[in-house]
Design a protein around this ligand. Structure first.
Ligand code: SF4
Length: 213
């Protein structure tokens, strides 16, 4: 119930955040790989570079020269590592679906998640972003903002693991793609605006009154 109250409070405060900002599911996947350890603003520049070369397409990235790809995504940092991760993600997509993302529908959620986690450079957070925001599967995405907000409000311990936090939400929140999409977005927005790593703005935060601050 507490999670639902948190959701309702944040939802009333921020409104529909319309995540994920992308034109296609494949663009979501590209963004999910590129956003690792960097800001969304820098990812936007890389995606724009890829779009200008017509590369937001699984087959085209699959065939792209590694160095050219790394140059285009340089703005999002760790570009050589991320170009390999992008290539690995696209190789997975091509092998499993031939580039047609809707063919992922043949897999159950647990099977697909397990498969994604075998891909080089795809950890739980990236896998769940892809599942939720690109493939419309009902999973909760856990990130540092979630961990910070939940622990500051006594819902989890500070050192709770990814799966523990995800289970808390899966067991106590509707299994709705729309709501899970919005809940993660709301927590990110709350973390960015009010609940910083070293600085909290509880007085102005919509979660003031939920205890723990
Ligand atoms: S800023 Fe304060 S009230 Fe807001 S989420 Fe963080 S701890 Fe809670």
């Amino acid at each position: 119930m507490r999670l639902i109250r948190i959701y309702n409070t944040l939802n009333a405060h921020f409104g529909d955040l319309k995540w994920w900002p992308a034109d296609t599911p494949f663009e979501v996947i590209v963004g999910a790989v590129l956003v690792q350890n960097t800001s969304w603003r820098s990812v936007e520049i890389s995606i724009r570079n890829l779009k200008e070369r017509g590369l937001i397409d699984p087959l085209k990235i699959y065939k792209a020269d590694k160095k050219s790809l790394a140059d285009l995504i340089r703005p999002s940092g760790f570009n050589k590592i991320k170009s390999l991760r992008l290539k690995a993600a696209v190789a997975f997509i091509m092998t499993e679906t031939g580039g047609v993302l809707s063919k992922f529908n043949k897999f159950s959620l647990p099977v697909l998640r397990k498969k994604l986690l075998t891909v080089h450079g795809i950890g739980p957070e990236t896998a769940d972003c892809i599942l939720l925001y690109a493939l419309n599967r009902p999973v909760f995405v856990v990130d540092n903002y979630t961990r910070r907000i939940f622990s500051r409000h006594g819902l989890i311990s500070e050192d709770a693991g990814y799966e523990t936090i995800q289970r808390l939400v899966h067991d106590n929140f509707p299994k709705s793609v729309k709501k899970l999409n919005q809940f993660h977005a709301l927590l990110v927005e709350t973390g960015k605006r009010y609940c910083g790593k070293t600085k909290k703005d509880c007085v102005n935060c919509p979660l003031l009154g939920f205890g723990g601050c």
